[in-house]
Design a protein around this ligand. Structure first.
Ligand SMILES: NC(=O)c1ccc[n+]([C@@H]2O[C@H](COP(=O)([O-])OP(=O)(O)OC[C@H]3O[C@@H](n4cnc5c(N)ncnc54)[C@H](OP(=O)(O)O)[C@@H]3O)[C@@H](O)[C@H]2O)c1
Length: 477
């Protein structure tokens, strides 16, 4: 079997290596890459942080992260091999001298031989800038090709995203900056463009003149848990809609460039994001907060942070004229289900006495990754019954060479493949739209409605969609 591998010696620096993201996502991803033998013989994983830790203590953390994900399935040989490459450097994010010492330590670990270097930012956004600047100061000591991988969120509004863009550009070329949204590492999400490129029928169908509406749902049954500190300051629109769900919309609704190179795809995404228009009806937003949220540790007493949002908007492009888009996302609901439903218009000649479902194209991202097309048939001789005919196909990666989202994306970053990463232009265009949403909620004083834990969310979500004559679609029904 041919596996995409990293062939040259490398260093992988993890800033914030004592944090949750590193433990939950990065260590398991590195383990899977090691398990699948995608690393060269010579590489170094270097945790960097303010928490004093020996190499042994760091290895223990890596091991715990891996066991936490894979449990008894952990392959001891692969894990031990990875641990043998893991080291820790205790330093301050704003001390240039610490970066110089770190670069010397890396050179020693590589016995003075040349190695490529990628630095992963597993730290909160306020720490991005000090690291970017100081890391650039030791670029040459770290090897000629230094890449940085930043995980979303990128700023908290358009202005701060523009500021981060300008700051980053002072120190790094755009091709060395990998802006990661882990949704773009999902197998089903990565399938959307190839499906569109390879199937003329899909592109004939993905046109506003035959589609009645698009619904994007990311419904979760869990609460915010340990992410309260971050979540309290952003809320669900900035956490979920701003990047994850808008990216999915773009993959469905953007024009397909003739060549799917990264620059052309990014250009079309920016075009789509720039055409999002919000608000002919008062606000078109429903906001909510689950009942027990205020009792979560770290939540301010009168917190108005939103844990549910349903939003209605349009795409101001001729192709999507008057096709409403609905995005609905929430925490602590009655199910964990992420899916996109594209609902087609019913034929004008259809007999109105028959209650016939519209045709639908559905892509599910969780719990299953699959594509479905729903047609309608009539059956029965004496009494005609209308029945949905469902054709479904898995989009999940199967086989021994599948990788988790972070594993895929880290590998891509190392190999210099930017196609599943974001550009600052996209991020800024997304923020512009999200800023307009946020401004509207403030202007109209959209209430944050309390909803029952484990329920379906605020009742007004139905008003939002019924005003256009539609219903929220649930593919599991
Ligand atoms: N957790 C997730 O699943 C997840 C998912 C997607 C995106 N993200 C994003 O990824 C980033 C890291 O997430 P995380 O959950 O790992 O964050 P975290 O646990 O709060 O922070 C990670 C590490 O950064 C350092 N740090 C924290 N606050 C700092 C501060 N104010 N100044 C300097 N250093 C500080 C700490 O390490 P030391 O004190 O040892 O230096 C900490 O262990 C965040 O931007 C988050 O939004 C997280």
């Amino acid at each position: 079997m041919f596996l995409t591998k990293i062939k040259t010696p490398f260093s992988f620096i993890i800033f914030g290596a004592s944090g949750d993201l590193a433990r939950l996502k990065l260590f398991p991803a590195l383990y899977e890459l090691a398990f699948q033998r995608r690393f060269p013989e010579e590489y170094v994983v270097l945790g960097f942080g303010r928490t004093p830790m020996s190499d042994q203590e760091f290895r223990k953390r890596v091991s715990e992260g891996v066991h936490g994900k894979f449990g008894k399935k952990t392959d001891a040989k692969a894990l031990n091999s990875l641990l043998g490459h893991c080291f820790f450097f205790h330093g301050q994010y704003d001390e240039q001298g610490d970066y110089e010492k770190m670069a010397r330590r890396l050179a020693d670990l590589h016995n003075g031989k040349k190695a490529e270097c990628a630095a992963y930012f597993g730290v909160p956004p306020p720490v991005f800038k000090p690291i970017i600047e100081r890391l650039a100061g030791v670029r040459f000591a770290l090897g000629e090709k230094l890449k940085i991988i930043l995980e979303k969120p990128f700023g908290e509004n358009e202005a701060s995203a523009v500021d981060l863009f300008h700051f980053t550009s002072r120190f790094f070329k755009s091709e060395d900056v990998f802006l990661l949204d882990h949704y773009l590492g999902k197998s089903s999400v990565q399938s959307i463009l190839p499906l569109r490129y390879n199937n003329a029928i899909l592109n004939m169908l993905l046109k506003g003149n035959v589609i009645s509406n698009i619904q994007i749902n990311a419904l979760e049954d869990v609460g915010i848990g340990k992410r309260i500190g971050y979540f309290e300051s952003v809320g669900i629109i900035k956490d979920m809609i701003q990047s994850h769900l808008m990216q999915i919309l773009a993959l469905f609704a953007m024009s397909l460039p003739v060549k799917p190179d990264t620059a052309s795809v990014r250009r079309e995404k920016v075009n789509l994001f720039s055409a999002l228009r919000y608000g002919d009806k008062p606000c078109g937003i429903v906001l909510g907060q689950y009942k027990s949220y205020k009792r979560e540790e770290g939540v301010a007493k009168g917190s108005k942070t939103t844990t549910f949002a349903a939003v209605r908007f349009n795409i101001d492009l001729l192709d999507w004229y008057q096709v409403p888009v609905y995005i609905r996302t929430g925490k602590r609901l009655n199910r964990h289900h992420t899916y996109v439903t594209v609902e087609f218009k019913k034929p004008a000649f259809q007999q109105t006495d028959k209650k016939i479902e519209s045709n639908k194209l559905i892509i599910e991202l969780f719990p299953e990754e699959k594509i479905q097309i729903r047609l309608v048939n009539e059956e029965g001789k004496l009494v005609t019954k209308i029945r949905e005919v469902i054709s479904a196909e898995s989009l999940a990666c199967t086989g021994d060479d599948c990788l988790p989202e972070h594993g895929r994306l880290i590998l891509d970053a190392f190999l210099g493949n930017p196609s599943h990463f974001l550009s600052f232009e996209e991020i800024i265009a997304c923020w512009r739209f999200v800023d307009s949403l946020m401004a509207c909620t403030t202007k109209h004083g959209v209430p944050v409605v309390s909803y029952a834990d484990g329920g379906e969310g605020p009742a007004d979500q139905h008003r939002l969609i019924r005003q256009d004559g539609f219903e929220w679609h649930d593919p599991s029904k």
